[in-house]
Write a protein that binds this ligand. Structure first.
Ligand SMILES: Cc1cc2nc3c(=O)[nH]c(=O)nc-3n(C[C@H](O)[C@H](O)[C@H](O)COP(=O)(O)OP(=O)(O)OC[C@H]3O[C@@H](n4cnc5c(N)ncnc54)[C@H](O)[C@@H]3O)c2cc1C
Length: 387
């Protein structure tokens, strides 16, 4: 039985492990943490609408259900020629390697003065603490921002920033404190959210206006300071709490690993997700370069789709049937943008832009998705195709 090593236990790595086990390979998944963190659910942790544990899916439970080996360790170097991965606590060989360690984060000067919902999971709890302090004081200034990667627009992530901002607005309204708080959104690009389509972009602008959220768009971030965002023209946005969603960039283990990288730092693959110039190594999810329509973005459902396709292609290769599938034609945008009470369903592909505002039911739909995701992965609920 061929040995497949998967690096990373996020959307991409977990789905790859499940699919490859179904093809009956000997699968080992190495992840630096012992749980899968379901980022789309984490937007509710800072406002107290979700417990941290409910955004986490233990990898030992997944490995027991799907019968793959799960190792908690941190990869530090990939040696493609020797077919070896060196981790902090050991090194591992493979017949095939699937790289799914996510992306690194761009780090503007002073980033330590910000909090992120996109990095270490535990940071969501620090935001929760800081937000609770402000609520206790009864007033404050909060800024939520999005970073860009000029070398790859697909690495920018606006959705979580919009959701966190609207969820905070909702919390403050519920507490009757909104009038005492200044809420701001900042981004270096002129039109953040436009990638989701014209309709969503207009809707977002209507939300800012109706909710009295101030916009600071099209201003490059020079640095962050304690209590302020400083823009390139030296203007300042004073803030008691800065939540920043940095753009994705090269993961630190890619440097010096002889992997072909795009200018922005993602692993170059072909349409079959095979790393360029390497026979037995695949890259999927946020780690991989993303091709497709101009509005493409790195998302969880894209990571899962890539995992399914990479697993299929490995199986085809081993079977000698070579009926490979490509991923690019399947890339599209799909999200349910939530504010804590309602949500907007967004789907955008090459032909169509669908936007549906869903009061109450939209929020419940996203909550249901979280429950469904965990339970279907643990085989406690059947998988619904396309959900
Ligand atoms: C707050 C937030 C909300 C989001 N909401 C949505 C949404 O609503 N819909 C949507 O489609 N997408 C959403 N996304 C995007 C989605 O979460 C990502 O695209 C997805 O997580 C990518 O999956 P991945 O497996 O490639 O990477 P990750 O989820 O980042 O997983 C990477 C894994 O690799 C492990 N790892 C990292 N480094 C190492 C190492 N050196 N050694 C071993 N293991 C390592 C990590 O522990 C982790 O298990 C959201 C993202 C964020 C941050």
């Amino acid at each position: 039985m061929k040995k497949i090593l998967i690096l990373g236990g996020g959307f991409a790595g977990v789905e790859a492990a499940i699919r490859l086990r179904k093809y009956n390979f000997d699968v080992t998944l190495i992840s630096e943490r012992d749980f899968m963190y379901i980022y789309p659910l984490s937007i509710w942790i800072p406002t107290g609408a979700l417990d941290f544990k409910d955004a986490a899916l233990p990898l030992n439970k997944l490995s027991a259900v799907h019968k793959f080996n799960s190792i908690t360790d941190s990869a530090v170097k990939i040696s493609p020629k020797e077919k070896k991965v060196i981790c902090k606590n050991g090194s591992y060989g493979f017949d095939y390697l699937v790289i799914a360690v996510g992306a690194g984060k761009a780090k503007p000067e002073g980033i330590e003065n910000t909090y992120s919902i996109c990095g270490a999971p535990e940071e969501s709890l620090k935001i929760k603490e800081k937000l609770a302090e402000l609520v206790k004081t009864g007033k404050g200034k909060i800024a939520v921002g999005i970073g860009g990667n000029p070398k790859d627009p697909s690495a920018m992530r606006g959705g979580p920033a919009f959701e966190e901002l609207f969820n905070i607005d909702n919390l403050l309204r519920d507490k009757g404190l909104r009038h005492n708080f200044e809420l701001n959104i900042f981004a270096p690009m002129e039109t953040p959210g436009l990638r989701l389509g014209d309709k969503v972009y207009k809707l977002l602008n209507r939300f800012y206006e109706n909710l009295k959220i101030n916009k600071y768009f099209g201003k490059k971030i020079k640095r962050f300071e304690k209590g302020a965002v400083v823009f390139e023209d030296d203007s300042r946005l004073e803030s008691d709490l800065i939540i920043f969603v940095p753009a994705g960039s090269a993961h630190e283990i890619f440097a010096g690993s002889e992997l072909p990288l795009t200018e922005a730092g993602f692993i170059k693959t072909d349409d079959y997700l095979k790393v360029e110039g390497m026979e037995d190594i695949y890259a999927i999810g946020d780690s991989a370069s993303l091709d497709g329509p101009p509005f493409r973005g790195k998302q969880g459902h894209v990571a899962e789709m890539m995992a399914g396709i990479a697993a299929h292609n490995i199986n085809e290769k081993e079977a000698g049937t070579n009926n490979y599938k490509g991923y690019k034609e399947h890339v599209h945008i799909l999200c349910v943008m939530d504010n804590g009470k309602a949500a907007v369903y967004v789907k955008r592909d090459a032909n169509k832009e669908t936007v549906i505002v869903l009061p109450v039911i939209g929020h419940l739909l996203k909550r249901f998705w979280g429950w469904y995701y965990k339970n279907s992965k643990l085989n406690r609920f059947p998988r619904i195709p396309g959900f």
